[in-house]
Design a protein. Structure first.
Length: 272
């Protein structure tokens, strides 16, 4: 009996090469999958980190200018009121003074004030925090739609209120529309007593400086708009012109100008 040697079970070179290529392909594919996963994770991580640094840009660019220095919201209530009132005024202090004196023959101006700047006068337009004009500044209308006339001596807009004194001390109150310059009312001050008249007569006789001169002294010291001038006595009983000047920042400065020599004796700033 003849025995044959067992069949050689070794794999052929070609088969080994095919298996090797397949194994290498599987390894490469696995590496690619792993690399993609790492890249994805890295990108996600980077995006997350960027989100922490960059703010949310959902707000519009216009919102960034709302807090600009020119915003009227930064004005105080008094400053906004001055801005609103003075923005509507067309008649200056000097023109109002001339008009008021013209209403009283031989009279002298002892007081002239722009109402609505630093008081609660109903004649002035109401002011809000933004400094914009209020609808209440317009003439009131009746339910039927017609405009009702203003009471005598009143106006929907700002007014100059003047006191003009005769030589004997009799005072007259003159109201002037600060927009049109029209005289709204002119009448004697019925509340004056004889002692009041005597006091006024003494004051106008002693005052060597005119209100216009006192106003110029004040505005030469600080540029601005004159809103009030009044002949009065200070704490030392000296006769002075008290002059209010509103500057471009809408603050008010009150000057005491000596009615005899025209020198400034006191200066006080109202920051409200």
């Amino acid at each position: 009996m003849r025995f044959e040697s067992p069949r050689n079970k070794s794999v052929s070179p070609r088969t080994r090469r095919l298996r090797l290529v397949g194994a290498l392909g599987a390894v490469l594919a696995a590496a690619l999958v792993t690399g993609c996963g790492q890249d994805s994770g890295g990108t996600s991580s980077a995006t997350s980190e960027a989100a922490k640094v960059m703010p949310n840009q959902s707000t519009s660019p216009s919102s960034s200018v709302s807090g600009s220095p020119t915003s009227t919201a930064q004005l105080t209530e008094d400053q906004a009121k001055r801005k609103e009132t003075l923005s509507a005024v067309k008649v200056t202090f000097s023109k109002a003074a001339t008009t008021a004196v013209g209403e009283v023959s031989g009279g002298k101006l002892t007081e002239l004030e722009l109402e609505g700047v630093d008081d609660s006068s109903s004649a002035s337009p109401s002011a809000d925090a933004s400094g914009s004009a209020s609808p209440s500044a317009s003439a009131s209308a009746s339910p039927g739609g017609s405009t009702s006339p203003s009471p005598s001596g009143s106006s929907a807009g700002p007014q100059w209120k003047a006191e003009v004194v005769e030589e004997n001390g009799t005072a007259h109150i003159v109201t002037i529309d600060a927009v049109s310059g029209k005289v709204l009312d002119s009448k004697p001050d019925d509340d004056q007593s004889e002692s009041d008249k005597q006091q006024m007569a003494d004051r106008i006789a002693k005052a060597k400086q005119t209100p216009q001169q006192a106003a110029k002294v004040a505005t030469d010291k600080k540029k601005g708009t004159v809103t009030s001038v009044k002949l009065d006595e200070n704490d030392s009983q000296a006769l002075v012109w008290q002059v209010d000047v509103v500057t471009e920042d809408w603050k008010k400065t009150t000057f005491d100008v000596d009615a005899d020599n025209g020198k400034i004796t006191n200066e006080e700033v109202d920051n409200d």
